[in-house]
Design a protein around this ligand. Structure first.
Ligand code: MRU
Length: 347
C-alpha cells in the first residue's frame, strides 16, 4: 500500500486496475485526471508531459508495465513476456533524460525474468513498492537537506520538484517543506520558462500546503542574489553522473553560475534512483529537445518562417558548482567521483 503524505493532490493514483494521471498541463486552472489501462496510454501520458518530473515518470512507467502484464498475461498465459518486453521498449521511448524511467523499467524487466506464481499481482506489488520507496526517500531527504539550512533566511528553487514530480512530498520541495516546519525562511520560485513548472505548479503546490512563496521571473535571479536575499538555491535532478555532474531543468546551470558568483550555495536533492553510475560525467547525458512550438510565438509557426526556436529542456551543471547532493543514503558535500562513492557503497 502506498504511504500517503499530507498533501491532497497526487500526480498518480493507482486504482488497483488502472492508473489515474493528473494532467499537469492544465494546472493550476483545472484539476483533471486521465485514466489509463495500458502501457501505450502511459507512454503517451509521459511523452505529452501530463505526468512529469523524474521520479514520477519512473513510477508511472512501473505502473505502465504492471498494466501491460495485467493485459497480456490474461490474453496469452504462455508467451505474455514477449508482449510485455515490447511495452517496456515503448515506455523507454517516452522521454530520454530522466534516468528514473530507465531504472524503473530495469527493475520491472528483472522481474520478467523470474518465475512468478501470480505475475499480475507481483508486478502490481513491485510498482507499488517503487512508489512507496520514493515517498520514504523524499521524507528522509527532506530532513537531511533541512539540516544543512540552519540559519538560512532565503531559499530559491527552480522547476517543480514536489508531490507533483514524485511519488509524494518532493525532493528539493521536500527539503523546503521540512525547512519551513523548523524555521522562518523566505521561499522564492523561478517561473521556469518555457513550460512554467515554477509559475504553474510549484507556487500552487506550496500555497496548497500553506507555505508562502514569492514568484520571480527567471531573468530576475541574478538581481535577487545580488540583493542578498538568498542563501541557497535548491533543485532536483533528472540524471546525476558518477562524478556528480547533474542534469536538471533548463536554467539550472545558469542559476549555478550565478550562485557561484554571488556566494550562494547550490543543493541538489535526488533519490539514488536518479544517479546513473554507468556514466562518468554529464557530457554523456542525452538532453531532450522538445518541439520549438512550446517556445515560439504562434505567428512564427508556419512554413518558410525566418524565426525558429531552440528548445533544450534540460542542462548539465558541473559538479564543481554544487555544494551538496542530498540523497536518501546520505549527503555528499563537494561532489566528485571520489566523494560520490560514499553513497554508492552505502546500503
Ligand atoms: O520536464 P520536466 O518537468 O519533467 O522536468 C522536471 C525537472 O527537471 C525536475 O527538476 C526533476 O525531474 C526533478 S523532480 C523531483
Amino acid at each position: 500500500m502506498t504511504q500517503q503524505t499530507n498533501e491532497t493532490v497526487q500526480a498518480l493514483i493507482w486504482t488497483g486496475s488502472s492508473l489515474k494521471v493528473l494532467d499537469q498541463r492544465k494546472l493550476p486552472d483545472t484539476i483533471i485526471y486521465d485514466e489509463y489501462q495500458d502501457a501505450g496510454g502511459v507512454t503517451e501520458a509521459i511523452a505529452s508531459m501530463r505526468v512529469r518530473g523524474a521520479p514520477a515518470i519512473g513510477i508511472a512507467a512501473a505502473y505502465g508495465v504492471a498494466l501491460s502484464v495485467s493485459q497480456h498475461h490474461v490474453n496469452d498465459a504462455v508467451d505474455w513476456q514477449a508482449q510485455v518486453s515490447k511495452d517496456i521498449a515503448l515506455l523507454a521511448q517516452s522521454r530520454p533524460t530522466a534516468v528514473n524511467l530507465f531504472w524503473a523499467l530495469a527493475q520491472m524487466e528483472a522481474l520478467l525474468a523470474q518465475k512468478l506464481d501470480d505475475p499480475k499481482a507481483e508486478f502490481i506489488a513491485a510498482a507499488e513498492q517503487i512508489h512507496a520507496d520514493d515517498i520514504a526517500a523524499n521524507i528522509k531527504m527532506g530532513e537531511m537537506g533541512a539540516d544543512l539550512l540552519a540559519g538560512s533566511k532565503g531559499l530559491m528553487t527552480h522547476c517543480n520538484t514536489g508531490t507533483l514530480a514524485t511519488g509524494g512530498y518532493g525532493t528539493a520541495l521536500g527539503v523546503i517543506r521540512s525547512a519551513t516546519k523548523r524555521q522562518a525562511v523566505n521561499v522564492y520560485a523561478g517561473e521556469t520558462r518555457p513550460w512554467l513548472q515554477g509559475a504553474r505548479l510549484t507556487v500552487w503546490e506550496l500555497a496548497q500546503d500553506g507555505i508562502p512563496v514569492t514568484l520571480v521571473a527567471d531573468s530576475a535571479a541574478a538581481w535577487l542574489m545580488k540583493s542578498g536575499a538568498i542563501d541557497w538555491v535548491i533543485v532536483g535532478a533528472d540524471r546525476i553522473a558518477a562524478n556528480g555532474d547533474t542534469a536538471n531543468k533548463i536554467g539550472t546551470y545558469s542559476l549555478a553560475v550565478l550562485a557561484k558568483h554571488h556566494g550562494v550555495k547550490l543543493m541538489v536533492v535526488a533519490p539514488t534512483t536518479t544517479i546513473d553510475w554507468g556514466i562518468e560525467s554529464g557530457s554523456e547525458i542525452e538532453i531532450e529537445q522538445r518541439d520549438p512550438k512550446e517556445l515560439l510565438p504562434v505567428c512564427y509557426d508556419h512554413e518558410g518562417s525566418l524565426v525558429t526556436a531552440w528548445n533544450p529542456v534540460f542542462d548539465v551543471t558541473p559538479a564543481e558548482l554544487i555544494a551538496a547532493i542530498v540523497t536518501e543514503r546520505g549527503v555528499v558535500l563537494n561532489p566528485s567521483i571520489e566523494t560520490m562513492r560514499t553513497i554508492k557503497d552505502a546500503i
